[in-house]
Design a protein around this ligand. Structure first.
Ligand code: HEC
Length: 196
């Protein structure tokens, strides 16, 4: 082995080390970047979402109960145009894509005979309380797993309250408004401009 060959071996060895370290160095850089991303992004997203989240507004704004008490059935009927493609509301009306909604407030969930509800709806159980209707109409998919109701939802609390007030009127004996409404409703508390 002459010195030239030794040199080559040494060079090859050094190169190998360089490549190995180079790659692991690169991997570290890539990993570090990833860690940074996964640390930084969710936090950002969460803060942004929390800041603009509807829930926050709702907590500060009027309650569903107080909104219900001042909601106009007429406004609800107008909003209900979005629902008419799939729902009839007359007593004994037929089922369309969705079930008939006569007397829906206080009715057992998924109880129209002959309508093929999703298993999520059947499994949910209980009656349609004001709160449940509000949660369902806000984002049907979030309230009922795998619901068949392909409707994005009504974002505004006041719109949901008006729609529910309208649904409540579709009955021979409308269910009592939530108790809180009777106690807390004060015309000065709720700005009528936001509900009509
Ligand atoms: C694209 C059709 C469609 C639209 C639009 C729609 N729905 Fe529905 N709705 C359905 C279907 C289908 C179901 C049954 C859901 C299930 O089984 O998961 C349903 C179920 C319901 C129920 C529960 C009925 C019961 O018997 O338990 C209510 C309440 C309801 N919808 C209200 C509304 C309101 C209010 C709107 C408008 C804001 C609306 N829906 C818009 C299709 C629709």
């Amino acid at each position: 082995m002459n010195s030239f060959e030794i040199n080559k071996i040494v060079m090859a060895f050094l190169l190998t080390i360089l490549v190995v370290f180079g790659i692991s160095g690169l991997t570290e850089i890539v990993y570090e970047d990833h860690e940074l991303e996964s640390n930084a992004y969710p936090i950002e997203v969460k803060t942004a979402a929390a800041a603009s989240d509807d829930d926050d507004e709702e907590e500060q704004g009027p309650t569903l109960a107080s909104l219900l008490a001042v909601s106009s059935v007429d406004k609800g009927e107008k909003i209900f145009k979005k629902c008419k493609a799939c729902h009839t509301v007359d007593n004994g009306g037929k089922n369309l894509v969705g079930p008939n909604l006569w007397n829906i407030v206080g009715r057992a969930k998924g109880s129209v005979e002959g309508f093929a509800y999703s298993s999520g709806m059947t499994a949910k159980g209980g009656d349609w309380s004001y709160e449940d209707l509000d949660a369902f109409l806000k984002k049907p998919k979030d309230f009922i797993d795998g619901t068949k109701m392909s409707f994005a939802g009504l974002k505004k609390t006041a719109d949901r309250a008006a729609t529910i007030a309208y649904l409540r009127s579709l009955s021979d004996a409308p269910m009592d408004l939530p108790a809180e409404a009777a106690e807390t409703v004060d015309a000065t508390e709720v700005d009528p401009a936001t509900v009509d």
